[in-house]
Design a protein around this ligand. Structure first.
Ligand SMILES: [Zn+2]
Length: 836
């Protein structure tokens, strides 16, 4: 993901951009499209590794032009990338990207799936990927998802034959897909899955090739493409007033955390498919050739097909409800199908169409956005039929409802029925949180023990109300998730999912606290109430040798959502030590151990994540001087927070505050990650910064990418950054300049300081530099040439210029002590206050 190889585009039908959770309100055109899809019984599954790998144009084409059931299986949730819209990284970023994909699919008409594989970061080759992922488990999940989805056609985004040419995750996704093609149908492979689904044989597997895989557009132009299927995905949908590419761009633009806003195009546009497995279609434009995609493909389907063909043919755009009687007849026939897969799928599709044709609006709105297990929750129900089709509301029921009395009511055309019910949330109700984050996983895999959850994209929510509607003597149950909504004075109606929360949650305010002396530090713990009138005791659990005062603190919070902060005094041991500290609350004799994280962006549904309320405390063996540091933010990182914790005075300077006068207050200027990719003003501030160095100060520049740079003059001497990176965080580090002060003062750096690094050692190292620079370190991934550009230092005037692609922005927040010691040395390199 880090590499922008995920170049594809885009997709359509519900245009709910501003408010992610708005219920679908299909127009007649959309209903007609849904009916056409109801009558197409073929499916295609697109497979790749990351959110953004998918070719949204092809997904949109399959879903909207071919009318196939179209899925995208992204092996990972994209946890490893960078976040352009906020501070969330790793698993939290995976939660955002999950939601972005779900929103993208709402537009292009696809369905989303994931395996348990974690996007652990960049890997160059599939061998490395498949060692860190549990290959067997990823295969197991892919096979389970394919057995459930039952695609006729599988399309790989990547080439299984070219390891090393793209991200290892990419090639792995294709290699596994090819390897499992026949195993899906083998009942001896993962036989326990057959308790939940059945074997399946996909008919064909394609590779969705393009010029990129041929090494350039010109090479692709000259290549022999006679064996490829060439599909013109540049179709125009007159009913929608959009081209396929325009729809795809809208879908692609949901990937906001990656900055993939995309502009639609119009006109012919060829996408190429290379057959990898299965028989070759003689009609290269029809990937479903030889597959019966009509209702005739299932036992008992022929009569349904006849009935629904009439519905499609006679569909009245001015009065969709005229179709309801026949749709209800089809509903009855579908309930009798022996084939569970098709019965479930087509029942789901048909119920949406029936409700849409009737303008039947059913909603269950909770009185508040969150509630706790065992609580009572008021829920307002609304049911309205906006058609002349006669129907009766027989019941509105929830599993957790207190009372069950309801009188069947005729749903008169355009006359709403409102009812208020009180739900009792069971004591045993699970808290709302992404199911894949509830158990402790490994670096490469999430842990999910419930087989039935595998593949499900979203948080699983179970608080629902069932509206039982009788139409023409047939009872049809419609489930609606209980949601929360309110009116915002500026943006109007805002929908949010209902969250089940603990009675109280707590957060240790500093996720990583650095102790660089025996001095006691104050630790704040913020407590938030999940219901009214809570009262309890807060404690901090520390390891041996650490001291905390007081041992417990009482607290009270009057109102739900109210917060209070309690403070502990913590003293570290004299030796160096690194511990995980947990915050615990005792309320009514029960331990509350969770921290609540809420993710709110307007393009996705609000997300609640519960994790153990923990922090890392580190007693460092580190010497620091008292330099004053100016920090210039780039794309966003937390380095200044941790420099301040080390005891430095750190000032974040805005670009316009970089003036000669202001710089006089500092000895060191540090540039945040990708500053020269993101801060245009820096192009005009370089001379000021170089002059600052010349006068005897230090400038530390962290990594920038090779993409758009605001200036070519990154340094006072020539310096060219490249895509060199060391992704193996434990790669051995060799000292090229062992006598250099940066490795000796004030901290003696040894190979031990490169132990325990996380995610990756560094990225975008320069590969060419002026002779004035001294390369300090060398390392490389297994099987690669040494990379010597991770830390380059040049004297300039009386000061020092330092360029480093080492991943300090990941290591400092993770509390890696060696990274702190090395950073302290960089800061002290030209110290005025402590010249050697
Ligand atoms: Zn990717």
């Amino acid at each position: 993901m880090i590499q922008r190889i995920c170049f594809l585009l885009l997709t359509l039908f519900t245009f709910s951009f501003l408010h992610a959770q708005q219920p679908a309100k299909p127009s007649a055109v959309e209903l007609y499209h849904q009916i056409q899809k109801l009558n197409f019984l073929g499916s295609v599954l697109y497979i790749a590794a990351h959110p953004d790998d998918e070719n949204t144009r092809l997904i949109s084409y399959m879903s909207n032009e071919t009318k196939a059931r179209t899925g995208y299986l992204s092996l990972t949730r994209g946890d490893g990338g960078q976040n352009l819209i906020g501070p969330e990284l790793r698993e939290l970023l995976g939660v955002i990207r999950t939601q972005e994909l779900i929103e993208a699919r709402k537009i292009d008409g696809g369905e989303q799936f994931f395996t348990r594989a974690n996007d652990f970061g960049y890997s160059k080759i599939p061998d490395e990927t498949l060692q860190i992922w549990n290959k067997n488990q990823v295969m197991e999940d892919m096979i389970f998802i394919i057995r459930k989805f039952k695609p006729d056609v599988i399309i790989n985004r990547f080439d299984h034959r070219s390891p090393g040419t793209t991200h290892g995750h990419h090639t792995s996704s294709a290699m596994l897909s090819v390897e499992l093609f026949d195993q899906v149908n083998d009942a001896t492979v993962f036989p326990q899955q057959l308790n939940y689904t059945s074997v399946w044989q996909p008919k064909r597997l394609f590779f969705n090739t393009s010029w990129w895989f041929y090494g350039g557009r010109d090479k692709f132009e000259k290549a022999d493409k006679s064996k490829l299927s060439n599909i013109d995905i540049g179709v125009y949908y007159p009913l929608l007033g959009k081209s396929n590419q325009e729809i795809a761009s809208l879908s692609r633009s949901r990937h906001q955390s990656q900055g993939f806003g995309s502009t639609g195009t119009r006109g012919d546009d060829i996408d190429y498919l290379e057959l990898i497995l299965g028989d070759s279609p003689t009609d290269k434009l029809n990937v479903f050739e030889g597959i019966d995609t009509s209702w005739n493909r299932i036992k008992g389907g022929a009569s349904i097909g006849t009935l629904l063909a009439t519905v499609e043919k006679n569909f009245d755009f001015k009065n969709p409800s005229a179709s309801i009687p026949k749709l209800v007849e089809a509903y009855v026939l579908i309930q009798k199908l022996e084939d569970e897969h098709w019965r479930t799928l087509k029942t789901y599709e048909l119920k949406k169409i029936i409700a849409g044709c009737a303008g039947l609006y059913l909603e269950a709105v909770a009185a508040s956005q969150s509630t706790t297990p065992g609580s009572k929750l008021n829920v307002k129900l609304e049911a309205i039929n906006r058609s002349s089709q006669a129907m009766t509301l027989n019941n509105m029921l929830s599993q957790t409802e207190n009372k069950g009395e309801f009188t069947a009511t005729f749903l008169e055309n355009n006359k709403p029925i409102y009812e208020e019910i009180e739900l009792t949330i069971p004591e045993t109700q699970e808290y709302t949180s992404p199911y894949w984050l509830k158990e402790k996983g490994t670096i490469g895999m999430y842990s999910v023990s419930n087989q039935e959850n595998i593949g499900i994209p979203d948080i699983i929510r179970t608080i629902k109300v069932t509206f039982s509607i009788e139409i023409n003597g047939i009872l049809i149950p419609f489930d609606r998730e209980v949601i929360y909504k309110y009116n915002d004075e500026v943006i109007g109606e805002v929908y949010k999912p209902l969250d089940i929360v603990p009675v109280a949650t707590s957060t240790i305010i500093d996720k990583v606290k650095i102790f660089n002396s025996l001095q006691t530090k104050t630790i704040g713990v913020k407590i938030k109430a999940g219901k009214d009138a809570i009262e309890g005791i807060a404690t901090l659990e520390l390891a041996e040798g650490w001291k905390v005062m007081p041992a417990e603190i009482s607290f009270k919070i009057a109102k739900k959502e109210g917060e209070t902060t309690v403070y502990f005094e913590v003293t570290p041991p004299s030796n160096s030590s690194e511990i995980t500290v947990s915050s615990q609350l005792i309320i009514n004799g029960k331990k509350e151990v969770f921290e609540q994280t809420s993710i709110q962006y307007s393009h996705i549904a609000q997300q609640q994540i519960l994790s153990k309320a923990e922090a890392k405390f580190i007693k460092l063996d580190i010497k620091t001087n008292s330099e004053k540091i100016a920090y210039i933010m780039g794309a966003g990182d937390e380095v200044p927070i941790y420099l301040a914790q080390m005891g430095y005075s750190v000032t974040v300077l805005k670009p316009e505050e970089i003036t000669k006068e202001n710089l006089k207050n500092f000895q060191v200027v540090v540039l945040g990650i990708r500053a020269y990719n993101t801060v245009d003003e820096l192009a005009f501030k370089q001379q000021l910064l170089f002059d600052f160095v010349k006068e005897g100060n230090t400038m530390i520049v962290q990594y920038n990418t090779t993409g758009k740079l605001v200036t070519k003059e990154l340094a006072p001497f020539s310096l060219k950054i490249s895509r060199d990176r060391v992704t193996e965080e434990d790669a051995k580090v060799r000292f090229l300049a062992p006598k250099h002060p940066v490795l000796n003062y004030p901290n003696a750096i040894t190979s031990k300081d490169f132990e325990g690094w996380v995610q990756e050692q560094g990225l975008y190292f320069p590969d060419e530099w002026d002779a004035t620079f001294t390369p300090i370190l060398s390392s490389n991934d297994a099987g690669e040439e040494p990379k010597n550009g991770s830390l380059l230092i040049a004297p300039y005037g009386k000061g020092y210029y330092i360029y480093t692609g080492l991943s300090f922005f990941r290591e400092l927040p993770a509390g890696v002590s060696g990274a702190y010691r090395l950073f302290a040395n960089m800061i002290s390199l030209g110290s005025k206050t402590n010249k050697q």
